[in-house]
Design a protein around this ligand. Structure first.
Ligand SMILES: Cc1ncc(COP(=O)(O)O)c(C=O)c1O
Length: 474
C-alpha cells in the first residue's frame, strides 16, 4: 500500500530513536566489554564460594524435585564459548545448553535484543498480543527456509521444541482427516527424541521418559541408516515402512524424521536414504515432517533438509534451540483450521528480537556452505578427535555426527564410561553431554561463530587429558 505522505512517527519509534537509549546502550556495552575482556580462559572454582554454592545447589535440587545433571549454576555471565559459574569457575561450554547458545554466552547482539525488548510494551507475545517484530521474524524465517526450493509458505512461532513438534503433528492429523483418512498413527526413526509432552513421551524412543505414563500416541519405528551397510540398511528401512503401511493403510498422518539423530547418538542419514523413504511416504499421503530442533544451524546449510537437498519434499519442519524462538514451517496443504493452533505465549519479545539476529546472520553471513565457518571449525575439532582416536584406539571411537553435531564413543561405549568422561571433562573445564542408546557417546554442540581455532584446540587438549585420566582410573 502506498501513502501520499509519510506517517508521523509512532511513540514506539520515537522511544527507539531517543538519544537517551543510545547513551544507555553504549554504557551497557562498555561495561559488558570490560568484563568480557577479563574472561579469557578456564578457571577452577573459588574455594570461598564453595559452601554457599553447594547450599544453593542442594536447596534448588530439593525444591525442583531432583538433582541437576551437572552441578551447574551459571553466574549469568560468559564470553563466547566460556561461561562463568556462580562458584567462580570458568568453563568451555561445548554443549551450549544442548544446542541453545549457538552464538555463545553474553553475545552483544543478544544483549541488544534484551535491551530492545526492555523498552517494548510486553515481555511475552502470543495469541492476542503479536507485535510487528513477530511478523518480521516470520517473514525472514520463511525466506530462509525457501531459499533453495522448499514451499514452506507458513510459519507458526512457539515457545518450545516440543510445542513445535506437537503443532506439526496436529496439522498432519488434521490434513489426513480432511483427506478422508482415519489417521491415528505416526512414524519415526528408532532412537528418535521428540520432547516431553504426554503425546511426545509416547513417541520418543526412550522408555525411561515414559515410566508410568499412559500411551498417548500410536507410533511405529523405522530403523535408521547404518553407514556400515548403506544399501542393506536403506532397504530394511523401506521394507519396514511398506510393511506398516500395508498393515495400517491410511492410518499414518506423518513420518517425523530427524535427519541426524540427536539424543539417539548423532547418526547421520544420507540424501538417498531419505529420498527412498520419502518416495513411499508421498505415495501413501504420509506427511514428511523434519524435526530440525537440534539440527538447525549445525550442517552446511541453515536447515539440514537443505544440506540433504530435500527442499521439495518436506511438508512440515520444526525448529528450536539455536533460534531462541521455536517454530513450525508448513506448506499450503497443511494449513490448520481455526481453533487447532493457538498459544497465549508464542515467544518472549527478547527471544523474538534475538531470533531476528540469528536468522539474518544465517541468511547473510559466512557461516554456511561447504567452506563456511560451521564446516571449517567443526572439521578442525573432528580432525583432532580422529587423531586422538588414532593415537589411542582403546580410548576413543569416532568422531561421529555431521557438521556441528560432533560425538565420539569413549572406551567400550558403556554408559558408565561416557558419564566418567563427561564428569572429568566438567571438572577440568569443558561441558559436554551424553547421547546414544546401545553405545553411549559424548557429544559437543559447539557455539560455532563464538569459538576461535585456538579455543577449539584448547578444549580438545582438555578432552585428550581427560581421556587419559579416565583410562588410568579404569
Ligand atoms: C530432535 C529434538 N526434538 C525435540 C526436542 C524437544 O525440544 P524442547 O526441549 O525445546 O521441547 C529436542 C530437544 O532436545 C530435540 O533434540
Amino acid at each position: 500500500m502506498t501513502t501520499a505522505t509519510s506517517p508521523a512517527p509512532l511513540l514506539a519509534e520515537q522511544l527507539a530513536a531517543d538519544p537517551k537509549l543510545a547513551d544507555a546502550r553504549r554504557l551497557i556495552h562498555e561495561a559488558l566489554d570490560a568484563r568480557r575482556a577479563q574472561l579469557t580462559g578456564v578457571k577452577p572454582a573459588d574455594p570461598a564460594r564453595k559452601q554457599g554454592y553447594e547450599q544453593t545447589l542442594q536447596q534448588f535440587s530439593a525444591q525442583r524435585g531432583g538433582n541437576l545433571w551437572y552441578p551447574y549454576l551459571g553466574s549469568g555471565f560468559g564470553s563466547g564459548p566460556l561461561v562463568e559459574l556462580a562458584d567462580g569457575s570458568v568453563k568451555y561450554d561445548m554443549i551450549a545448553g544442548i544446542g541453545v547458545h549457538f552464538f555463545g554466552h553474553s553475545h552483544p547482539a543478544f544483549v541488544d535484543a534484551a535491551l530492545d525488548a526492555a523498552v517494548s510494551d510486553t515481555l511475552m507475545q502470543g495469541a492476542l498480543q503479536q507485535n510487528t517484530d513477530s511478523a518480521q521474524l516470520t517473514d525472514a524465517i520463511i525466506s530462509l527456509a525457501n531459499a533453495s526450493g522448499a514451499k514452506l509458505n507458513h510459519c507458526y512461532l512457539t515457545t518450545s521444541g516440543a510445542m513445535a513438534n506437537e503443532n506439526s503433528f496436529k496439522m498432519a492429523f488434521q490434513k489426513a482427516s480432511r483427506d478422508g483418512n482415519p489417521a491415528d498413527r505416526m512414524l519415526a526413526f528408532q532412537g528418535t527424541f521428540c520432547g516431553r509432552t504426554l503425546a511426545l513421551s509416547s513417541m520418543s524412543d526412550k522408555p525411561n521418559n515414559r515410566v508410568g505414563l499412559p500411551h498417548a500416541l500410536k507410533v511405529d519405528y523405522i530403523p535408521f541408516y547404518d553407514e556400515a551397510e548403506p544399501e542393506g540398511s536403506t532397504q530394511r528401512a523401506v521394507d519396514r515402512l511398506k510393511e506398516y503401511l500395508t498393515r495400517w493403510p491410511k492410518h499414518y498422518a506423518g513420518f517425523k524424521m530427524e535427519l541426524v539423530l540427536g539424543e539417539g547418538g548423532f547418526y547421520a542419514g544420507t540424501r538417498e536414504f531419505f529420498l527412498k523413504l520419502i518416495e513411499v511416504c508421498k505415495e501413501h499421503g504420509v506427511a514428511v515432517i523434519a524435526d530440525e530442533i537440534q539440527t538447525f544451524s549445525r550442517t552446511s546449510r541453515p536447515f539440514a533438509f537443505q544440506h540433504f537437498g530435500l527442499d521439495e519434499h518436506v511438508d512440515l519442519v520444526n525448529v528450536g534451540k539455536a533460534t531462541q524462538v521455536c517454530f513450525t514451517l508448513f506448506t499450503d496443504d497443511y494449513q490448520p483450521q481455526p481453533g487447532l493452533i493457538a498459544q497465549t505465549f508464542t515467544g518472549a519479545s527478547s527471544s523474538i528480537k534475538a531470533a531476528q539476529f540469528v536468522i539474518d546472520t544465517f541468511a547473510n553471513g559466512d557461516l554456511y556452505g561447504e567452506n563456511g565457518r560451521v564446516m571449517q571449525l567443526t572439521g578442525r575439532i573432528r580432525d583432532r578427535i580422529q587423531k586422538i582416536a588414532a593415537d589411542h584406539p582403546d580410548r576413543v571411537c569416532g568422531p561421529y555426527g555431521l557438521g556441528a553435531m560432533i560425538a565420539f564413543q569413549p572406551f567400550d561405549g558403556t554408559i558408565d564410561d561416557a558419564k566418567a568422561v563427561c564428569t572429568d571433562l566438567y571438572e577440568h573445564g569443558v561441558v559436554a553431554f551424553l547421547c546414544g542408546r546401545s553405545k553411549a557417546r559424548v557429544r559437543f554442540l559447539p557455539s560455532v561463530p563464538a569459538v576461535s581455532d585456538d579455543q577449539a584446540d584448547e578444549a580438545c587438549d582438555i578432552l585428550e587429558a581427560s581421556l587419559e585420566r579416565v583410562a588410568n582410573r579404569r
